[in-house]
Design a protein around this ligand. Structure first.
Ligand code: ATP
Length: 931
């Protein structure tokens, strides 16, 4: 029907006012076969890719300006200006020595460089996050070349036929061809949060507002319930979403808690340095009794101001977080929001779904049980090769067992999955594994979808949802169009409640309490073996029920199907690791309590006698009661998504820091409420992914544990280099402040030298500390308290203590060298401070292990940084050009040795502290210092 030469229509506004048949005609598409590959290619060239052009978010310019609004950089700019004015005055006076404006230029260069570095890092981080998001870009189910298949959302073209189901975020605008119970939340477009009921046949005016175009569906909106089929009418920027140019998948750019704390730290540092400057200057004036020392005191102030700013820190932090996301992605955890990298380390409770996360989600039916018969089923995977056994004897034809045959038919008709064979002949399913397993089961009895489709036509359905825990379809006999049958499958207890009869042989009998008890007993028996059990029922109808008529009642009970969903082999070990790491694992599932309990026991999440809380009991509990209960419950069964939200809130009330998984459309509120919301990469709905902080690319529980471990490593490393960098800053400031107080004639360090120290001699080793490998005990200690300050557990006091020790060593050296080496005392102080930081970097790798006890090659980057930085420092002293520029003087061999000697005291001090803790304070300190 498509002619390759026909011209393609341009998108227009009024599709909704035409019947869908017209639209199909205009766009030359077929509702059952879709487009051909050649036609899709032609349309892709004509209409372009189905992508929104990024428009929202901060502009590049905003990002750049933001870099310079930081208080520390503003202080540096002020220092540069004052220093420039001083240089200018001395030029005028003719008292200038060396290169004029050197410090000003250097400081401004650093400011610009810092700003640019921050800018590049932020832009890259945004790009990286955006590309990570791309990796989880939604798939769309389409009909192409007469086949149902999944394609990437950006591959859609106008005329494509696409299918929708609950949880899907639509990727393009379309007109409905058919639908069942379709409800769509269009908040992204209209701001209206209640879902809209869609309709196919409508006579709409051309001017109908967007929100009332009930026969249309729009890109960016979310299917809350039901199913539907539509034809794409607009893609990319031609969609309604594209028109309002709102990028809902825009990159979120929240500062991490750490970045916020760093801003606070900047304020504290700047304020305290200003106070210190005021004190030193005041003291200087009082000492001199007049303004004769004005210039010297101004120089001291400038140096102190430069010294207090940890210029290298922001870059190191961003790099560390970026490395963290990369490491996590290698372990199949995709970070969607940067704060998750560092906050993952604080997780102390993981609430996980069962199906697919703790288990493999590869369902294989083991047993079919009716009130009259019980058949065991063999076979593996989704291949419809397997046998049926009654007791120990193989059953040749299941047709002889009428009720069993009924279960198989209901299982195939009440089903949205597809059983397919690929080119290599391997069987697989498209859709829900629970449903796929039923198709395989029927296939083993020689019953396939295609055969039943010839006899029955689905005319209506009530879709599955985690709240309803069941699904029904109404089928019409193709020969007798007024004979309808409703087939229902779902949670056995619920289906049984809707049944008044039971099938026995070819007849339906009234069900009594005896049969009901028997069914429940069978259900419990299968569930306690860890099987996932579904119940089946049917009912004849003489007319199509009207909306709200409640068709799922007065049904005939057919039987039970028990399927095995084996636990993932790596999960038991991951749960054990969690226990060792002080993290509690909680299972929250929609499945039966006995199934849940059996699997939980196998995985070590619960004991045989552990209490399982069901959704029903939870429903009857007040939130306050639930809060009392949550500490003791590790398995929640038969829960609905809204219960998940209550459980998270109750746990949070008890001070827990929660990572929670979810996959359904209604899990989004719980995912948002959890401290770390985790969506499933494979089975998760688009809506749940949008609401999450992290996506599991392999849906695997063990991946959460791996990501938590990485989070701990990142947090520990951040603390490690912060203590290293800030300790040095404190030391520098005190040393500089001491010079005028002790009556020394000039400042020991120029702003240029300080910048060198902060950026190069501190910065490079700090970067190397950021990649320090995980300590072996990282998952054998309790998690950090999420609200603790980054300076908690002794870090703040360490920085002050080490800063003071650092200053004492350099002041002693300074005073001694000032007397004995008047020409090179400043260079000696400068060199000693730099070299001392090298020793400090080596020692800072561990809180507890001595440097000699650690393998130097386990962090080669640090080794290289220390050797490289030492060489650079020596070049500053011995290469004439650099010497001139940095204002250093040549050191004699003896002087250099003295510098090395003094600087090694720093390493010895830190090592001495470790030994002190080890021998005298171990008992008291250990719980405080889990690193
Ligand atoms: P988890 O919450 O751990 O992922 P789950 O898959 O059992 O487990 P739900 O998807 O909410 O959770 O399913 C709840 C119950 O609904 C199941 O235990 C089963 O009885 C029933 N059920 C699941 N899938 C279907 C389906 N496709 N059709 C009908 N009933 C279903």
């Amino acid at each position: 029907m498509i002619s390759p030469n026909s011209s393609l229509p341009n998108p227009h506004q009024s599709w909704h006012s035409h019947p869908v048949a017209d639209t199909l005609n205009t766009l030359q598409s077929d509702p059952t076969k879709g487009l051909t590959s050649a036609e899709i290619e032609r349309r892709r060239l004509h209409y372009g890719s189905n992508e929104l052009v990024e428009t929202a978010g901060r502009s590049r310019w905003d990002i750049l300006v933001d870099q310079f609004s930081n208080v520390m950089l503003l202080m540096l700019i002020a220092v540069a200006i004052i220093s420039g004015v001083l240089d200018f005055i001395s030029l005028q006076d003719g008292t200038s020595e060396g290169l004029p404006f050197k410090d000003t230029i250097a400081i401004l260069a650093i400011v610009v460089l810092n700003g640019l570095l921050g800018y590049i890092q932020e832009v890259r981080a945004e790009a990286a996050l955006a590309s990570l998001k791309q990796m989880s870009s939604p798939q769309v189910r389409v009909i192409r070349n007469g086949q149902t298949q999944e394609v990437e959302a950006h591959e859609l073209v106008p005329g494509d036929i696409f299918l929708m189901e609950a949880g899907v975020q639509l990727a393009a605008d379309g007109q409905l061809i058919e639908m069942s119970n379709l409800q769509i939340r269009e908040a992204a477009l209209t701001g209206e949060s209640t879902a809209v009921n869609k309709q196919v046949v409508l006579d709409l005016d051309e001017n109908t507002p967007l929100g009332d175009r009930l026969n249309m569906v729009f890109g960016g909106t979310e299917v809350v319930q039901g199913r539907g089929k539509a034809i794409v009418i607009a893609t990319g920027m031609d969609t309604e979403l594209g028109k309002i140019a709102t990028l809902i998948q825009g990159v979120e750019n929240e500062p991490t808690p750490l970045q916020k704390r760093m801003t606070q730290l900047g304020n504290v540092l700047v304020t305290s340095s200003l106070v210190l400057v005021a004190l030193v200057v005041g003291f200087g004036f009082i000492q001199a009794g007049n303004f004769s020392r004005l210039q010297e005191l101004v120089e001291v102030s400038l140096s102190m101001a430069v010294a207090v700013v940890p210029e290298g820190l922001p870059a190191v932090i961003t790099v560390t977080l970026a490395i963290g996301t990369q490491r996590m992605v290698k372990r199949h955890a995709l970070i969607r929001k940067l704060p998750a990298v560092e906050t993952l380390g604080s997780v102390n409770t993981i609430c996980s779904d069962k199906t697919g996360t703790l288990t493999q989600n590869k369902m294989v039916v083991q047993m079919v049980q009716t009130l009259g018969n019980q058949l065991r089923v063999t076979g593996e995977g989704y291949s419809p090769d397997g046998k049926f056994f009654a007791q120990e004897a193989q059953v040749v034809a299941t047709k002889a067992y009428s009720e069993i045959q009924g279960v198989l038919v209901a299982g195939v008709l009440c089903n949205d999955a597809l059983l397919q064979q690929d080119e290599a002949g391997n069987w697989g399913i498209l859709g829900d594994p629970t449903e796929g397993a039923l198709l395989t089961l029927a296939g083993k009895a020689g019953l396939f979808q295609s055969q039943l489709d010839e006899v029955f036509e689905r005319v209506d359905e009530i879709p599955f949802s985690s709240e309803r825990k069941r699904m029904s379809v109404i089928c019409c006999d193709r020969k007798k169009t007024d004979a309808y049958t409703l087939f229902c499958k779902g949670s056995p207890e619920l289906i049984l409640n809707c049944c008044d009869y039971y099938q026995f042989g070819d007849h339906a009998h009234r069900i009594t309490a005896k049969e009901r008890d028997e069914v429940l007993r069978m259900n419990a028996e299968m569930a306690s073996q860890g099987l996932r059990v579904l119940g089946f029922g049917y009912r004849f109808l003489d007319h199509l029920p009207a909306e709200g008529e409640g068709a799922e009642q007065g049904m005939v009970w057919l039987g039970l199907v028990g399927m095995l969903d084996a636990p993932r082999p790596e999960v038991a070990e991951a749960v054990r690791r969690c226990k060792a790491a002080g993290i509690r694992t909680i299972m929250i599932t929609g499945d039966h309590q006995l199934t849940a309990s059996a699997i939980a026991q196998r995985l070590g999440i619960a004991e045989a006698n552990s209490h399982v809380l069901t959704g029903q009991t939870l429903e009857a509990m007040s939130q306050a009661d639930l809060e009392l209960e949550v500490e003791a419950v590790s398995v929640y069964a038969r829960v609905s998504p809204e219960h998940k939200l209550r459980i998270v809130k109750a746990l949070q009330k008890r001070g827990k820091f929660i990572a929670m998984t979810g996959d359904g459309v209604n899990d989004a509120p719980a995912l948002k409420q959890a401290d770390i919301g985790i969506a499933m990469g494979i089975t998760g709905t688009d809506v749940s992914k949008e609401a999450s902080d992290m996506i599991l690319l392999d849906d695997n529980f063990a991946t959460i544990v791996a990501a938590t471990e990485e989070g701990r490593v990142v947090y520990t490393n951040i603390r490690r280099f912060i203590k290293y960098i800030l300790g040095s800053n404190v030391g520098e400031v005190i040393t500089i402040a001491a010079a005028p107080i002790l009556g020394l004639s000039s400042v020991p360090l120029t702003p240029l030298q300080i910048l060198w120290m902060n950026l190069v001699t501190d910065g490079l080793p700090a970067l190397a500390l950021a990649v320090e490998p995980a300590e072996p005990n990282v998952m054998q200690r309790p998690p950090f308290h999420p609200n603790e300050s980054i300076f908690a557990r002794g870090l703040g006091s360490y920085i002050v203590r080490i800063g003071i020790v650092f200053a004492i060593f350099s002041i002693v050296l300074m005073v001694w060298a000032y007397e004995n080496h008047p020409d090179s005392w400043r260079t000696m102080v400068f060199t000693t401070l730099c070299l001392a930081q090298m020793g400090h970097a080596l020692a800072a790798r561990s809180y507890t292990q001595l440097t000699i006890e650690m393998n130097p090659f386990s962090n080669v980057a640090l080794l290289a940084a220390v050797i490289g930085t030492t060489a650079l420092q020596l070049m500053l002293v011995y290469v004439p050009v650099l010497r001139n520029f940095f204002g250093t003087s040549v050191l004699t061999q003896e002087e250099l040795l003295i510098c090395f000697g003094f600087s090694s005291l720093m390493l010895l001090w830190v090592e001495g502290e470790k030994l002190f803790v080890r021998f005298f304070m171990q008992r008291r300190m250990r719980p405080m210092r889990p690193e």
